[in-house]
Design a protein around this ligand. Structure first.
Ligand code: ADP
Ligand code: MG
Length: 705
């Protein structure tokens, strides 16, 4: 069972990692903390007592972060209540004001210290006051944590470094380190806050109310109250609160928040509308088809919210790295403070000063904050483009893709077929053939079925059709007027031992048999999607070395499309499970190290989506199976978005890598210079605070990709 908690007041990324680790150890459970959304997700046993758990969690959290509180997440962020939000905002503002006040008075005393230096003997008292004002809290926290056995935390290290500076008479530097440390923290918080806000804004597609139609009157209600089949109205400028079908009215819908699609979509009676889109024109009357909890908007919100719980490998690595980095640097500091003076008779003063520099740089904060922030930003940017990525791990995997496998029908092709030819055999007429085929296909949602329906034009009563069954990747069987109808491909006909007259065309062939007798074939032509060719081409340029097409369709049709799109490898006549086998085979025989992506539409290929390293579902909106199975959901049907997704993931990875190289590079340099006596506290503060800030700012670029 999964439970979510909110960590109110969580502002320290490294503490988040420590808390996560301790919960995992102490509770023996699987816990993940999402620093960006401040959520703790844990796997609990059904018999666990919630209150008791909450108490134990609070104990653990308080040990690391006294000001952070664990709260039950009764509602997901998508369903959060407004009063709560307002209240916590007020508190935060108060806290910020206090910090700012302490910092500015501290600054005044700092300047005073400089002015008085050289004029009066006790000028250092000014620096001390400044230091206590700005750093009092840090010292207090450090003290508390020592009692809890938490040495080596940021507060302790800063405390020791600055007290040390005062002890050896470097008053100005001691105070300055604290001031800059606090300024840096403040800016960092601001930056992280900004990112959180822009993600929240992005997710502000949650509808607040619905205009329910109750006895001919419009009444504002909570969208959760509306049941399937009930009606509501959407006025101009309002959000569609629930998924439904238009029963009256005509308008344009802005779906950009869901799909990243810039152009409004026209809807009229009979069309489906999705929650989260905005009505730009006239009033629409809509009948509910999905309950609020199952509506598109809630699904999307939950997906994006949960994305950061699946951490990217680089993120995990940094967490591990952070754990060893601090003790190593502190160890070096101790060695530097003691060994040279003891061994070579040099002054302790010099070497202690150098050791203090080490302590200032010993926090890996720059990485611990900026790496998750970068991935989170990348995921946010993707969703702005209508690309939903289910986890940082997938985002990172996408950056090293070298094989892309496509499903054909509905993915590379439009799947909107047109009947081009009907060849009736054995005494049946063309009209009869189409009539029976259309009857057999009434229950199917496959694009082929819909095309045949469209060509038939008339409506078939569903009640006339009985014993319907669909065989994935083959076709359908049904009974009407006591006649047993089969419609599908060669495989289906082979299965039922029907003697067919083979048709070899580039078009897709649907063979039809009636009461065991071959009745003829319906030829339907599909079209490649716009941008398919460009996408394959672009992928090649982006370093994807292999493209493959898998299809359940006949070889002839498959080759025809593959040639047109310049896809190198084609495998045809595959059943859904054979698509899976093929992907595993490609995986096994692969000599390069890159990842395998499978792109499908969720029809007959959900297992394939699940088995690839990264499964991308196209046009996922509306297809639950695809949303479930895929790792990445592209909301629109635009193939160009695949290249965009890969590009975005590479850019994100690059930003993260820049941060790692930059942060570690600067730290190593300052450590070396410090040991040799060329660096002062000022450089050390830059290496700590400055680098963290620059890394965070760099990570924020990911949001705008
Ligand atoms: P793809 O792998 O290209 O996406 P599918 O796996 O969805 O295609 O379908 C494979 C083949 O199975 C189709 O080309 C068609 O011959 C047959 N088929 C599947 N469903 C139906 C159906 N409802 N009616 C007729 N034929 C079908
Ligand atoms: Mg398909």
């Amino acid at each position: 069972m999964k439970r979510e908690f909110v960590l109110k007041g969580l502002n320290c990324a490294q503490c988040a990692n420590k808390i996560e680790e301790e919960i995992n150890q102490k509770q023996g459970v699987e816990a993940t903390i999402n620093f960006m959304t401040k959520t703790l997700t844990i796997q609990i046993k059904p018999e666990d007592d919630d209150e008791e758990l909450l108490r134990r969690l609070n104990d653990i959290v308080h040990k690391h972060e006294p000001e952070t509180h664990v709260l039950k997440k009764s509602d997901s962020m998508a369903q959060r209540n407004d009063a709560e939000v307002k209240n916590s905002k007020k508190e935060m503002l108060k806290e910020k004001k206090r910090e700012l006040f302490l910092l500015s008075t501290g600054g005044v005393f700092f300047v005073l210290g400089f002015v008085l230096r050289g004029r009066i003997e006790s000028y250092w008292i000014m620096f001390l006051i400044s230091y206590l004002l700005t750093g009092g809290e840090v010292l207090l926290r450090a003290g508390k944590n020592i009692f809890r056995g938490q040495i080596f935390d940021e507060n302790f290290l800063m405390g020791i470094a600055t007290i040390g500076a005062f002890a050896i008479g470097e008053y100005a530097e001691g105070a300055a380190v604290m001031i800059f440390y606090q300024i840096g923290e403040m800016f960092q918080d601001m930056a992280v806050d900004r990112s959180r806000k822009s993600i929240a804004a992005l997710m502000d597609i949650r509808p607040e109310y619905a205009n329910a139609m109750i006895e001919g009157q419009l009444v504002r209600v909570d969208p959760k109250q509306l049941q399937i089949g009930e009606k509501f109205a959407v006025k101009a400028g309002e959000k569609v609160p629930l998924d439904g079908v238009v029963v009256r009215g005509e308008s344009f819908l802005d779906t950009s928040a869901l799909t990243g699609e810039a152009y409004p979509r026209k809807v009229k009676a009979g069309d489906e509308v999705l929650s989260g889109s905005v009505n730009q024109g006239g009033m629409l009357h809509v009948r509910v088809t999905k309950k609020y909890e199952e509506s598109t908007v809630i699904k999307i919100l939950e997906l994006v919210e949960n994305a950061a719980n699946k951490k990217a490998p680089t993120e995990k690595f940094i967490t591990k790295f952070a754990k060893v980095y601090t003790p190593i640097v502190v160890g070096l500091a101790v060695a530097i403070a003691l060994l040279p003076p003891l061994l070579t008779n040099q002054s302790f003063q010099t070497w202690i000063y150098r050791a203090l520099l080490f302590l200032v740089i010993s926090c890996p904060c720059a990485l611990v904050i900026s790496v998750p922030l970068g991935f989170f930003g990348g995921i946010g940017a993707a969703s702005k483009n209508g690309i939903l990525i289910k986890g940082g791990n997938y985002l990172e995997a996408l950056s090293s893709v070298d094989t892309v496998i496509f499903d054909k029908t509905g993915t590379l092709t439009k799947g909107v077929f047109a009947v081009t030819k009907i060849e009736a055999e054995n005494g049946f007429t063309g009209d009869e053939l189409l009539h029976y085929a259309a009857a057999a296909e009434t229950y199917s949602t496959h694009p082929i079925a819909q095309s045949i329906q469209k060509a038939y034009k008339k409506n078939i009563l569903k009640s006339q059709v009985s014993s319907y069954s669909e065989m994935a990747g083959m076709g359908v069987a049904a009974t009407m007027d006591n006649r047993r109808i089969l419609a599908g491909n060669e495989k289906l006909m082979d299965n039922y031992r029907i003697d067919i007259k083979k048709v070899a065309e580039d078009d897709t062939v649907v063979y039809v048999a009636i009461d065991g007798l071959y009745a003829g074939a319906i030829l339907i032509a599909d079209e490649v999607k716009d941008g398919a060719k460009e996408t394959v081409n672009k992928l090649g340029q982006a370093g994807v070395s292999k493209t493959v097409m898998l299809t359940g369709d006949a070889k002839k049709a498959a080759r025809h499309f593959a040639q047109m799109l310049k896809i190198e490898e084609v495998y045809a006549q595959l059943l859904p499970n054979e698509k899976v086998d093929k992907i595993e085979e490609i995986k096994k025989n692969k000599k390069t190290k890159g990842q395998i992506v499978f792109v499908g539409d969720g029809i007959n290929d959900a297992p394939a989506l699940a088995v690839a390293d990264v499964g991308i579902a196209m046009g996922g909106i509306g297809s639950d199976a695809a949303i479930e199975a895929a790792d990445v959901v592209i909301m629109t049907d635009e193939l160009e978005k695949i290249a965009k997704t890969i590009d975005l993931s590479r850019q994100t990875k690059k930003i993260v890598q820049q941060n790692i190289v930059f942060a570690l590079g600067v730290k190593a340099l300052v450590l070396a210079l410090g040991a040799m006596g060329f660096a002062t506290m000022w450089e050390a503060v830059f290496a700590d605070v400055g680098v963290a800030l620059l890394a965070v700012l760099n990570s924020m670029r990911a949001l705008r990709l």
